[in-house]
Design a binder for this molecule. Structure first.
Ligand SMILES: NC(=O)CC[C@H](N)C(=O)O
Length: 358
């Protein structure tokens, strides 16, 4: 007989408690979401866009090719906790070192079905010796909804500006860090750009000091409406300087220019999300991780849509010189179908006009 000691509990919004096995101890809470990605767990777990969420992997075995820091997208693990059907010892040890609770040996098929039917939900999660179902329910009771995390930008952004590839011969990019993945920086640097990484609440005057050729709004966690300072910046500089955005960046730019965003039921998280370009009819496979979407693109044209649910995946405006993507063209993890986005962004810089002085 094969016995597994159950020493972890996951309390779901509504009060149901699911038993599991502790793989990294701790007690925490967050919005329970799932990814269908079957590869790229190191990248997902270090993606700042997962801040304040509990990440469930629908793929049953996570960790089968080890843990290598070269693949990390930031300095630490961002989900509050991790749920999988089976986590390898390597991943469990890494999460324990990072102080991130992790559980496995629960029916993730059932959990994912529930999230698909009821939407992303609050959860409490406890793992380790002596934890009880009541502890998990206590955590659940303290769990905030994603949109209630009003200071989430502060949690994930750089404190001080940083410059990458200072002697580059390419364009200067002002990257507004709302929780940027490292491979957005490297995708730009590889193409010769100099990247000035700036806090999410950088002011127009701070941007102008760098005289950048393009303003690039990064990915990031939570509700784009909570990035008011970033939206103000976009509004202020719109039309003055070309702009690009990825994921939260698309949402912030659309919201700032008069459009609207809304929460999705369970979002898109995975590495095989099909996207159709409306101009060419071509479909590409994309990597995604988002729970909000653009509901109204404002003055921007929708140029790409998700094949599954028609939500906007690409927004553009020739007049305003804006180009954004809802998916992750930096492709870490891949597929690599959409890397040319970075070439398109840098190509926009040829048409730069002077940034207006205050
Ligand atoms: N990856 C991201 O930038 C996520 C965007 C936003 N936080 C969302 O969940 O929709």
């Amino acid at each position: 007989m094969f016995f597994v000691t159950m020493d972890a509990y996951v309390a779901l919004e509504g009060g149901r408690v699911v038993e599991a096995r502790a793989r990294a101890p701790g007690q925490t809470r967050g919005e329970l979401v799932f990814t269908t990605a079957y590869t790229g767990y190191e990248e997902s777990l270090t993606d700042p866009s997962y801040e304040e969420q509990v990440l469930t992997f629908s793929y049953p075995l996570i960790g089968n090719y080890g843990v290598r820091s070269e693949r990390f997208e930031s300095d630490g693990v961002h989900p509050r906790a991790v749920v999988a059907h089976e986590l390898t010892d390597d991943v469990a040890a890494w999460l324990e070192r990072e102080g991130v609770p992790a559980v496995d040996r629960l029916d993730t098929r059932d959990l994912v079905t529930r999230i698909r039917e009821e939407g992303a939900m609050k959860c409490g999660i406890v793992a380790g010796e002596d934890v009880t179902p009541e502890d998990a329910l206590d955590q659940l009771a303290q769990c905030k909804g994603m949109s209630e995390h009003v200071d989430i930008g502060e949690q994930v952004s750089v404190r001080e500006p940083a410059t990458y590839n200072p002697d580059g011969s390419g364009p200067d990019v002002a990257l507004i860090d709302c929780g940027a993945k490292g491979s957005i920086v490297s995708s730009l640097v590889e193409r010769g750009a100099t990247v000035h990484r700036l806090p999410y609440d950088a002011t127009p005057a701070e941007i102008e000091a760098f005289a950048p050729d393009v303003l690039f709004i990064s990915n990031g966690p939570g509700d784009p409406e909570n990035f008011e300072a970033t939206q103000d910046l976009v509004r202020e500089l719109a039309g003055e300087i070309p702009m690009a955005g990825i994921c939260l960046g698309q949402q912030v730019i659309a919201g700032a220019l008069g459009g609207e965003t809304e929460k999705m039921a369970f979002g898109h998280r995975g590495v095989n999300q099909p996207v159709r370009d409306l101009r060419t009819g071509r479909v590409v496979m994309t990597t995604q991780n988002h729970g909000y979407t653009v509901a109204d693109p404002g003055p921007l044209d929708v140029t790409q849509v998700n094949v599954n649910d028609d939500t906007p995946e690409g927004l553009e405006s020739d007049d305003l010189r804006v180009i954004t993507r809802q998916y992750h063209p930096e492709a870490n993890p891949g597929p690599h179908d959409t890397l040319s986005f970075f070439d398109d962004v840098l190509a926009m810089t040829g048409s730069r006009t002077q940034v207006a002085a205050d």
